[in-house]
Ligand binder design. Structure first.
Ligand code: ATP
Length: 723
């Protein structure tokens, strides 16, 4: 029986295919594996074919369906290990196969691929271009040095004609072999050959420095040396697992844009990765933690934070999965927790106890009590925003500081007299809470940050997921937890998913990521149809860049280039006369997903703005004998049942099918959450944007299917997608 390995390109192709074709690919692979090698060569059904025009003599194609072909790399070293490289429509597969050449990297011993035709064209182009210029990009490195780092003949010729780093950039992988490109990229960025060796080659297990002293690596050895891009299908269940368990593919293959930051040898300070929903930011954060654990000192502690306790629990599980049994012991060096929990711990350690966190309703009552008799022209919402977004954001302690401060993000000026009165109310508010041994979460973080200043850093590295929603007080806690040094902080987030109102200037908080930022654009979660639809919900709503809220004018983020390779049905959006009708239609929709499309109930989610609707949905589904559970009850993966949650609780999650219900005019935007424009125009804009982002977050949790509904008047926020 031939052995079979799958490349990351093949798995990516497979994910983007329609389900019936995926099944045919699975069948073809089973057939392939059931034959002996001679049978395989003789099989008319498989039609294993060598291509006349192919540049690599080991490349073959096989028949998958009438119109689809698989591209294979056949062994030439006496082994029987075949590698499936692509699956694509006939002409595309042939065209791709003819231009590729596979080789073994001389330093890493891994298998690599190049677009040999395109590189040859580049050689001709650059030779004429570089002739007239006296200096060359890699002139200070000898051929021997470059060869020792794995650069081969063709890439060496190209490296020799590069004049600037931009010349190199036009040959980014998949044109140039990825590992060789990375070496040149590092050298071009000023790293010494010694650094490059230590950061890129030694971690891959190479110990022999001189290329000429290394033993020759066979094709099969090279395939097995490339676990980041190729996985061997072992055992009968393995193929099924790879083909069906989409959720674990992230452990095996990373997109080069993900890999570049996750496995970057070392950042000279804080680094940041942004990207739209589903682009694998959390995946990058997890791989970064693994990299830091594997390459760091045995006593280095790492903090991995995210926004909610449920997400922290999920991150912990995913990290354990990624580390596997071999590295399970490294988990002890990682704390996975929310910043709020960490802050409470810091306070407990310092004071022997921590105030009770306050619910939103209790906070509102406390503001009502504090402002009684003061006769201010503002309500509790205004005061709570002023306290959180100005006083706690800037860490103000005294009335003088408040009188002097620039109230960034607030849209109406407030004079000295009013500020003095506001300060009195805020003092009453804090004193009232203190007497009840209570505090808001943000107050807890503010206090923890003060306690941490001056104490030794608790962690060597801090890795932050969902960075877009952290408040400046939370950032101060994190900044104080890690001393300022190389690789101190690694942040991932998406400003389009900011659903809590936190204006942050990271630079002013001592977290300067300039020159160390990267953006992910490929969505791995949702179909292109769901993405386009959801992205248009934010049309015409400018979104600021992550952590650059001091940059009032420029600094816009965008979803440009954001794409998916998956395809499926367009989302649906339907209105109903009453909530009863809407819920009846919801039950039908959920049944169709489960019974006709074969989706497990736990892979279906329903979400609504408020808990009351969440409860009504759960009751209705159960009444109709569809199992349903509330996400807030933290059902484990073993618990069956449709997941039902508020839109806020959908943050960070994903499901195959998602229904968003109750998208009516009175609910989105929800007036009590949006400061009236006449009270504060800037705050109004910012609150409104958070409402739009909330709907965007809810919709982008869907992988295959999305259904939106409302009863009565539909939300105007759906205008861009519903005519
Ligand atoms: N390299 C990869 N290969 C395969 N699947 C991937 C890869 N990277 C991410 N994924 C999958 O894409 C989905 C989204 O990943 P992840 O949750 O990390 O994205 P995100 O950018 O953090 O999303 P969001 O911001 O919307 O919460 C997950 O199912 C993840 O397993």
């Amino acid at each position: 029986m031939p052995r079979l390995a799958l490349s990351d390109d093949f798995v990516t192709d497979l994910v983007s295919l329609q389900r019936p074709i995926q099944k045919e690919v699975g069948d073809a692979i089973q057939m392939f594996r059931s034959m002996t090698v001679p049978q395989l060569h003789a099989s008319k059904g498989m039609h294993l074919e060598k291509l006349e025009r192919s540049r690599d003599p080991r490349i073959r194609t096989i028949r998958i369906t009438r119109s689809y072909r698989g591209v294979l790399l056949a062994p030439d070293d006496g082994s029987d290990l075949f590698t499936l490289l692509r699956v694509a429509p006939h002409d595309e597969a042939i065209n791709w196969a003819c231009k590729r050449a596979y080789s073994v990297n001389g330093a890493t011993g891994g298998l690599e691929v190049r677009n040999i035709e395109a590189l040859e064209q580049m050689e001709t182009y650059f030779e004429s271009k570089a002739d007239t210029t006296p200096t060359r990009l890699f002139e200070k490195h000898s051929d021997t040095v470059l060869r020792d780092l794995g650069i081969d003949d063709q890439v060496l010729r190209l490296a020799r004609v590069c004049v600037t780093a931009d010349d190199l950039k036009v040959m980014t992988p998949p044109m140039m072999p990825a590992d060789q490109y990375e070496v040149l990229e590092f050298l071009a960025a000023g790293y010494s050959p010694k650094d490059v060796w230590e950061q890129l080659i030694a971690p891959r297990g190479q110990t022999v420095r001189a290329a000429e002293d290394r033993p020759k690596v066979t094709l099969t050895e090279a395939i097995l040396n490339t676990p980041n891009r190729i996985v061997e299908v072992t055992g009968p269940g393995e193929l099924e697992r790879i083909l069906t368990e989409d959720l674990t593919r992230w452990r095996i293959f990373l997109h080069p844009a993900q890999r570049r930051y996750a496995y970057h040898p070392g950042f000279n300070g804080p680094a940041q990765v942004t990207g739209g929903p589903g682009t694998g930011k959390t995946v990058v954060a997890l791989h970064r933690v693994r990299h830091l654990l594997r390459t760091g000192g045995g006593n280095d502690r790492i903090l991995l934070t995210t926004f909610t306790n449920a997400m922290a629990a999920a991150l912990r599980d995913s990290l354990a999965l990624l580390l596997g049994d071999a590295d399970a012991h490294l988990l002890e060096r990682v704390d996975v927790t929310t910043v709020d929990s960490l802050a409470a711990r810091v306070i407990r350690e310092a004071r022997g106890g921590s105030p009770k966190p306050l619910s939103a309703a209790a906070e509102k009552s406390a503001w009502t009590r504090a402002m009684a008799q003061e006769g201010l022209p503002w309500d509790e919402q205004f005061l709570s925003r002023e306290f959180r977004n100005v006083v706690l954001a800037q860490g103000l302690r005294t009335p003088e500081e408040y009188l002097r401060c620039v109230r960034r993000g607030r849209g109406i000026p407030i004079g000295r007299v009013q500020r003095a009165r506001l300060w009195r109310v805020m003092e009453r508010f804090t004193a009232d809470l203190a007497s009840r041994d209570a505090a808001t979460y943000t107050q807890l973080c503010d206090e923890a940050a003060r306690l941490l200043v001056g104490s030794p850093p608790r962690y060597r590295h801090v890795v932050v997921d969902e960075a877009q929603d952290l408040h400046p007080a939370q950032w101060r806690v994190l900044r104080a937890c890690a001393g300022a040094h190389a690789d101190d902080m690694f942040l991932v987030g998406d400003p389009h998913q900011r659903i809590y109102d936190s204006r942050v200037s990271l630079r002013s908080l001592g977290i300067d990521v300039r020159g160390r930022t990267s953006r992910l654009r490929l969505n791995y979660r949702s179909t292109e149809e769901i993405l386009r639809w959801s992205a248009s919900l934010l049309d015409g709503r400018p979104v600021g860049r992550l952590g650059e809220d001091d940059d009032e004018d420029g600094g816009r983020d965008s979803l440009r280039g954001y794409r998916s390779q998956l395809h499926g049905r367009a989302p649906t959006a339907r209105g109903y006369g009453s909530q009863d009708e809407e819920l009846r239609a919801l039950v039908e929709q959920v049944r169709t997903w489960i019974e006709q499309d074969g989706v497990k109930p736990s892979e279906v989610a329903v979400c609504a703005r408020f808990n009351t609707v969440v409860d009504a949905v759960i009751r209705r589904l159960r009444r109709e004998r569809v199992p349903a559970v509330a996400v807030k009850d933290n059902p484990g993966p073993e618990v069956s049942g449709v997941r039902v949650a508020t839109m806020h609780a959908m943050k960070g999650l994903e499901f195959r099918c998602v229904a968003v219900v109750g998208v009516t005019a009175g609910v989105l935007p929800f007036a009590p959450q949006v400061t009236p424009v006449e009270v504060d125009p800037l705050q109004h804009q910012s609150d409104l944007l958070a409402e739009h982002c909330l709907l965007f977050v809810a919709c982008t949790r869907a992988r295959d299917a999305l259904a939106i509904s409302w009863s009565g008047e539909r939300s105007r926020m759906l205008d861009p997608v519903v005519s």
